[in-house]
Write a protein that binds this ligand. Structure first.
Ligand code: 9Z3
Length: 349
C-alpha cells in the first residue's frame, strides 16, 4: 500500500467511491417523510449520531473506528422531538437511539427490572410480566413519549456504518431537506473519520500478517461542509457542526476556523472528557442577549470582532451511572439554545 495519497474534492469523491446499495431506498423514505412534515408545517432536524468506520479490506475483517457511543445524538433527538421538531435520525448501526437509549444493555439492562408473575400450571398461556416498582415511573415516562412520537410519525431512522455510507447519505438527505429551506436544521453530532482508504486502494481479501508491521497510507476525507452549505442545502439550512478535541486549547480556534472556512451557522465545541457537562457555542456574528428566564446558563459570553463564543455548563453529575430520568442532561440546554437560534434564522434575523 505505497501508492501516493490522492486529494479528493467532494465531487471527485462521489465520482469515484461507490454509493451504498440501500441509498435509493433510503432516499425514497426520507422524501415521503419530508413531504409529510412540510404539509403539517413542522421544522425538521437531521441529527447525525455515532462513529463512522473505515474498512481496510473489501471483504472487511478489520476497520478503524471513531469514538462515539451515540449518546449526544440520541439524547438530542429526544429533546428536538419534545420541542415539536420532526427528526431524521441518521445513526451508526447499533449505536444508541432515542428512547431505547435509557435501557442500553450495558448501563441499564431491561431484563434486570422485569418480573415474571406467578404462572398458572396446566394453562398454555404464558405468565404475565411486570416492571419492578422502582423502575415503573421512569419507564412510563419514556414509553409515553416513545408511543406518542410513533403515533405522530415524527421520527424517521436511518443507519450508516462506514464513512462512505455516511457521506453519501448526508449529501442525499441534505438535498432532500433543502426543499424546506430555512425550516431545516442539520445537527452534525456523528464522529466522522478524517481519513479513509479509497475503494481502488483496498485489498480484496484479509490483509495477511506474514510481512511484519502494517503500513497504510490513508487519504483525507473531503471537506464536505462547504458544498453542504453552498450547494446541497442552497445556503438556506441552519447547520450546526460539532468539533471534538482532546486538547482544550484547540477547541475555540478550530471551531472559528471551521466557521471561517465553511460559512455555516454554529460550531458546538466539546472536549472529549468534559463533553457531558460543558460545551461552547461558536458563531460568526455577535448575538443579542438571551431573553430572561431561559434555561441555558452560559457563564461567560465573549465576543470578538467576528466571532461570538458562549459557554454552556451544567453541574457535574456526582454518580457516573444513574438509572433515572431525573438527571439533568446537557443536551436539553444545547437543543433549547439551538431551537432559539433556529427560530431567529427562520425569521431572517
Ligand atoms: C461530537 O463532537 C460529539 O459531541 C461526540 C459525542 C462524538 C463527542 P457520544 O456520542 O460523543 O455522546 O459518545 N461529534 C463531532 C465529532 C466530529 O467528528 N467532528 C468533526 C471534527 O471535529 C467535524 S464534523 O473535525
Amino acid at each position: 500500500m505505497s501508492e501516493e495519497p490522492t486529494s479528493f474534492s467532494a465531487d471527485s469523491y462521489f465520482a469515484t467511491q461507490p454509493a451504498p446499495p440501500t441509498l435509493e431506498h433510503d432516499i425514497a423514505g426520507v422524501k415521503e417523510f419530508v413531504a409529510r412534515q412540510a404539509k403539517e408545517g413542522r421544522n425538521v432536524v437531521l441529527v447525525t449520531s455515532g462513529g463512522t468506520t473505515v474498512p481496510l479490506e473489501l471483504n472487511v475483517v478489520r476497520f478503524l473506528d471513531n469514538f462515539s457511543a451515540g449518546t449526544r445524538g440520541a439524547t438530542s433527538a429526544e429533546y428536538f422531538l419534545k420541542a415539536g421538531y420532526a427528526v431524521i435520525f441518521m445513526h451508526r448501526q447499533f449505536s444508541l437511539q432515542p428512547f431505547s437509549r435509557h435501557y442500553s444493555h450495558s448501563t441499564n439492562p431491561f431484563l434486570d427490572f422485569l418480573e415474571i408473575e406467578g404462572s398458572k400450571s396446566g394453562t398454555a398461556t404464558p405468565p404475565a410480566i411486570s416492571v419492578t416498582h422502582a423502575m415503573r415511573k421512569d419507564l412510563v415516562e419514556v414509553l409515553t413519549a416513545y408511543k406518542s412520537v410513533h403515533a405522530a410519525g415524527t421520527l424517521h431512522t436511518l443507519t450508516f456504518v462506514t464513512v462512505n455510507d455516511y457521506l453519501w447519505l448526508l449529501r442525499a438527505l441534505s438535498q432532500e431537506l433543502s426543499v424546506l429551506k430555512r425550516k431545516a436544521m442539520y445537527y452534525l453530532a456523528a464522529a466522522v473519520s478524517d481519513f479513509f482508504l479509497p475503494r481502488q486502494k483496498m485489498s480484496e481479501h484479509k490483509i495477511q500478517s506474514g510481512k511484519g508491521s502494517l503500513h497504510i497510507e490513508m487519504d483525507q476525507v473531503p471537506k464536505i461542509l462547504k458544498p453542504m452549505v453552498d450547494v446541497w442545502t442552497r445556503g438556506d439550512g441552519f447547520i450546526v457542526s460539532f468539533k471534538l478535541e482532546t486538547d482544550e486549547q484547540l477547541l475555540v480556534p478550530k471551531a472559528r476556523a471551521a466557521l471561517e472556512r465553511y460559512g455555516h451557522q454554529v460550531v458546538v465545541g466539546n472536549d472529549l472528557h468534559r463533553r457531558k457537562f460543558e460545551v461552547v457555542f461558536v458563531s460568526r456574528k455577535p448575538l443579542p442577549p438571551l431573553p430572561p428566564g431561559v434555561t441555558v446558563n452560559p457563564i461567560g459570553e465573549e465576543t470578538t470582532s467576528s466571532f461570538a463564543e458562549s459557554w454552556l455548563r451544567i453541574d457535574i453529575p456526582t454518580s457516573p451511572i444513574v438509572h433515572t430520568n431525573q438527571v439533568k442532561e446537557i443536551e436539553e440546554d444545547i437543543v433549547a439554545e439551538l431551537v432559539r437560534r433556529h427560530e431567529r434564522w427562520i425569521q431572517g434575523r
